[in-house]
Design a binder for this molecule. Structure first.
Ligand code: NAD
Ligand code: UDP
Length: 340
């Protein structure tokens, strides 16, 4: 098991120089990654168009040296004014279905034109490149759990396609750059990850249910609530991500996630219990192409990285509930709007 704290880790920085770029660095995962790389001594450059990210996610680093945060859309390129990078982490792309479907053309473009811009910059700098892919490349899977060699069951022209086909195309483009042009590449297929710094209006199920429970509004279970996901706590995910980036050999995409599977009705019941909320549960229609089951086969990550998640859903939710409780107290009106 690879384990590290989010700050104060004084082991040598895994980067091969001092400058690292995180696209989407003001987002949920990007900001946690920034904390870890900064604590290891890197100068962290974050490019973000603030579509779903917020500068406040990096508040812990603002007063410190070695953080540069720029508002920038990677579809427009990577600014030439930035210094050469030793490592580039490509996380730019809204991850919540609500947000990535709001402007599907932009979502398709960030995963194609944006990724092309990033990999060209990695090639120019000789930078090692990490790309955040997703369990969505498996679509609505026909085999369970999902190993990396499973090729998926994806609708190329549905409401989720801008994201899942976009991420599939990104894997193709990047893998071809690695194969034919020598770019050093690591791809993680990330399964549903949650934790502090998700936005109250993120729209994904964990933040929705917690905000609704804390505000006393109904928990919105889509469909019959029997569909499953496997939820990974953010600290565990970031450990796996940095271990993958530091791994010596390129072995193709690697699943990162927590294999503990749970249905949406079980998740709702657990969040009601942990918050002590008396919110009712309401049923709403299941969105189109919503995957029925999802669980990562993480044997490849265990073998290559010695990594497996350490945080139970129960413990991860306790930290996440405490986070939302604090920010909702500070912004009660925002909270009520998000809970509706
Ligand atoms: P997030 O929405 O919090 O973060 C995405 C960040 O990218 C935001 O800060 C957003 O403003 C920024 N961004 C979006 N488009 C951009 C653009 N064109 N140029 C610059 N910045 C842009 O989501 P997250 O959960 O932190 O996800 C980060 C990455 O991980 C995404 O690529 C996502 O697809 C991937 N991922 C996340 C999960 C998860 O469960 N959290 C699962 C699978 C994959
Ligand atoms: N979901 C739900 N209520 C909500 C939001 C989502 O029941 O308020 C369901 C959604 O239909 C899906 C699951 O929760 O089956 C996970 O949804 P999320 O958007 O978090 O992630 P993804 O579908 O991308 O895995």
């Amino acid at each position: 098991m690879v384990r590290e704290s989010l700050a104060g880790d004084d082991r040598p920085c895994p980067v091969h120089g001092r400058n690292v770029l995180i696209t989407g660095g003001a987002g949920f995962l990007g900001s946690h990654l920034a904390d870890v790389l900064h604590a290891r001594g890197a100068h962290v450059f974050c490019l973000d168009n603030f579509l779903t990210g917020q500068a406040s996610n990096l508040a812990g680093l603002h007063a410190q040296e070695r953080l540069t945060l720029l508002r920038h859309d990677i579809i427009d390129g990577i600014p030439d004014t930035l210094p050469p990078f030793a490592e580039i982490y490509n996380l730019a792309c809204a991850a919540s279905p609500v947000h990535y479907q709001a402007d599907p053309v932009s979502t398709a473009l960030v995963n194609s034109v944006g990724v092309l811009n990033v990999v060209r910059r990695a090639e120019r700098d000789g930078a090692r490149l990490f790309h955040a892919s997703t369990s969505e490349v498996y679509g609505d899977p026909e085999i369970h759990p999902q190993p990396e060699h499973y090729r998926g069951n994806v609708n190329p022209a549905g409401p989720r396609s801008c994201y899942d086909e976009g991420k599939r195309f990104a894997e193709t483009l990047l893998t071809d750059f690695a194969r034919t042009r020598g770019v050093t590449l690591r791809i993680a297929r990330i399964f549903n990850t949650y934790g502090p710094r998700m936005r109250p209006d993120d729209g994904r199920v964990v933040s929705n249910f917690i905000v609704q429970a804390l505000c006393g509004t109904p928990l919105t279970v889509y469909g019959d609530g029997k569909q499953t996901r496997s939820f990974c706590y953010v600290d565990d995910l970031i450990c796996g991500l940095t271990a993958l980036m530091a791994s010596p050999t390129e072995e193709g995409p690697v699943n990162l996630g927590n294999p503990a599977e749970c249905s949406m009705e079980e998740l709702a019941a657990l969040i009601l219990e942990l918050t002590g909320s008396r919110s009712p549960v309401v049923r709403l229609p299941l969105p189109a192409d919503d995957p029925q089951r999802r669980r990562p086969d993480i044997s490849k990550a265990e073998r290559l990285l010695g990594w497996r998640p350490a945080t139970s859903l129960h413990d991860g939710l306790i930290s996440t509930v405490a986070y939302f409780d604090r920010i909702l107290r500070d912004n009660p009106l925002d909270a009520l709007r998000a809970a509706e």
